[in-house]
Design a binder for this molecule. Structure first.
Ligand code: AMP
Length: 605
């Protein structure tokens, strides 16, 4: 880890108005909020389950269904076919009770893992909250995943139930069902005829229609497991980050303080619930705050997105850098051609947001884009640019009230040194103990333990803090790849590439891309006798896409005669990356033997 001082000069801050606000922000004075905030107070904004304890479904749904909000839209769906439907808080309470009764009726014990593999259809949301109500653990699978990531996650998570659609089941699960012995129940969304033609499955809509809807709520506590989110590391299989029902205290607090959610808001989080943002902020936080949450089933398209923002009178919008960069390309005039006067707050997460994109927000929406930072393990927003705080373009902002962040250097396995000097670069660390902190990696206690030292959680990100307390993202401390906001573990991709009969060795890195942030690139050593040519590259790319889905598969493949490795045999991905980018190669003392620079053709689709 380099501790060099940064040489860049911060762009000028974007000042926020100090006078009267038409709609006053929830957090008006950052320093004051930091002084007064406590998590105990934050928890008081919630009810607690009727019999005691804590359950996300109660706080996010039942609490509102029993109030004047019962008839308000909780979830408003814009379907792919153009239909617009909604579930009020009362209807969502009823549907999620039915889902819990369906699980009980099938004999599913509380504490089971329920995987959901679906596009953003109402059943996904009903299944997520119904699972929590039942006391089981919700684990989302990104619907664009291919069969391989689905199999590894369902296997690791010992999924007992899978909720999916007929089309996704047929394309991605059916052929490997025998390899998923834990899976006892597959609940399908489709027509009765389609479902009947698929042995070993149930018709979810028929089961829901027949289920009772009387109140039901599992006696979970704040420490009961609620969510299982898979994330990627540099080595090994995906890691299952475990989250508890008590996390909702942080979901609500961050929804209010970092996203400024207020009564009457129409909130749109563009993230898919297949990833943590789409669950924490596409389901739980907005419902906990009692606002109307918009769900768009369609894909990104600038004109359509602006139309949607205007027509739905979206007040708070939470999106991602890749989408923002594409909107910048489409031009600020396109934004200004729509009536976005309802839009009070725009925020972004998931990857570094370049300073010019932050400033561009001013031109397009009359406000900067507010970057914030968090990760699967933190469960919720940890560092943010707040509505009432001056924005330093390119900075992630300041830690949430109630969260202590620092820049540290690990001195050994157990200890860290906090680097107090302004702009010192080191690993971003958070003082352990906020409510949405993950409680373990599934079946990997040792790996979890290694994330903590001296009471700090070490995030794996490199950052610096300036003299005024703003945090700046520097890069990852490891080799994981962020492509279009999706975290991709190189090892997972490499292991599957090795299953191709022509591949002897593979190394995967992220290469910079102006829109996606990074693109997945593979270096491949072909087996002896294989012609390392365009045709083979295309075949391997096709194989990878079929196994992984387009979001994870390498976009380009370069054949090399051998891979640079350390003497202990670890692939030196950093060296491949340095060579790819023409950067200094750094310390090569652990290199097994000098590896030649990449040879052979570049093969891009
Ligand atoms: P995930 O666990 O998939 O949500 O990915 C978390 C990782 O995404 C973080 O550890 C960062 O590396 C990156 N990330 C998230 N938000 C930001 C941000 N605002 N700026 C820079 N990187 C970010």
């Amino acid at each position: 880890m380099s501790l060099d001082q940064p040489t860049s000069i911060a762009p000028p801050a974007l000042r926020k108005p100090q006078g009267e606000w038409a709609v006053p922000p929830n957090l008006r004075d950052y320093d004051d909020a930091r002084r007064t905030f406590t998590w105990t107070d934050a928890a008081r904004a919630l009810d607690g389950s009727p019999g005691g304890g804590r359950n996300i479904a109660h706080e996010a749904v039942d609490r509102h269904a029993a109030s004047a909000r019962a008839g308000q839209d909780a979830l408003r769906f814009l379907h792919r076919d153009g239909r617009r439907t909604a579930l009020t808080y009362a209807a969502l309470a009823r549907a999620t009770r039915k889902f819990a009764h369906v699980l009980t009726g099938l004999g599913v014990p509380a504490g089971s893992t329920v995987f959901v593999l679906a596009d953003r259809i109402p059943e996904l949301y009903v299944a997520a909250l119904g699972t929590l109500r039942h006391g089981s653990v919700f684990s989302p699978l990104f619907s664009a995943f291919g069969p391989e990531p689905i199999r590894s996650r369902v296997t690791l998570g010992e999924g007992r139930v899978l909720v999916t659609t007929v089309a996704l089941y047929k394309a991605k699960v059916m052929a490997q069902r025998a390899e998923l012995p834990s899976l006892e129940h597959v609940l399908l969304v489709g027509t009765p005829e389609e479902v009947a033609a698929l042995p070993g499955t149930h018709d979810l809509r028929a089961l829901l229609a027949a289920a009772p809807d009387h109140p039901v709520l599992a006696p979970t506590t704040a420490d009961s497991l609620a969510l299982l989110h898979f994330t990627s590391g540099t080595t090994g299989r995906p890691k299952g980050a475990m989250h508890v029902h008590g996390a909702i205290v942080a979901h609500l607090a961050t929804g209010r303080l970092a996203l400024d959610l207020q009564d009457g808001d129409v909130f749109w989080c563009t993230a898919d619930p297949g990833w943590v943002t789409g669950t924490s902020y596409g389901i739980i936080a907005p419902l906990a705050a009692g606002v109307t949450c918009l769900v768009d089933e369609g894909d990104f398209e600038p004109e359509r997105w602006y139309r949607l923002l205007a027509q739905e009178r979206v007040t708070v919008w939470y999106t991602a850098p890749t989408a923002i960069r594409l909107l910048v390309r489409a031009g600020a005039e396109l934004a200004r051609a729509h009536d976005l006067s309802a839009l009070r707050f725009v925020a972004s997460v998931g990857e570094p947001l370049n300073a010019d994109a932050v400033v561009w927000g001013q031109e397009a929406f009359g406000q900067p884009i507010h970057d914030n930072w968090w990760q699967t393990e933190t469960g919720g927003i940890m560092i943010a640019n707040y509505r009432a705080m001056d924005v330093r373009p390119g900075s992630m902002g300041k830690p949430l009230p109630g969260v202590d962040a620092a820049i540290v250097e690990r001195t050994n396995d157990e200890q860290v040194r906090v680097l107090d000097a302004p702009d010192a670069q080191g690993e971003l660390a958070l003082r352990a103990g906020w409510p949405s902190m993950f409680r373990g990696y599934l079946h990997d206690e040792e790996r979890y333990r290694r994330c903590f030292a001296d009471g700090w959680y070490l995030t794996g990100d490199l950052a610096r803090r300036d003299a005024d307390g703003y945090f700046w993202f520097v890069g990852r401390a490891d080799d994981v790849i962020k492509s279009s906001g999706h975290l991709i573990g190189p090892f997972e991709v490499e292991s599957t590439l090795l299953e191709h009969p022509a591949v002897a060795e593979a190394a995967v890195i992220g290469v910079p891309d102006p829109v996606a942030g990074e693109l997945v690139k593979a270096y491949v050593v072909a087996k002896p006798g294989q012609a390392a040519d365009d045709a083979l590259a295309a075949t391997i790319r096709g194989f990878a896409r079929q196994r992984f889905g387009a979001a994870v598969a390498p976009k380009s493949i370069t054949f090399v005669p051998r891979l640079p490795r350390t003497r202990s045999g670890k692939i030196l991905r950093r060296l491949l990356k340095a060579r790819e980018l023409g950067l200094p190669e750094g310390d090569l003392s652990t290199l097994e033997e000098p590896a030649p620079p990449p040879a052979g053709g570049e093969h891009t689709p």
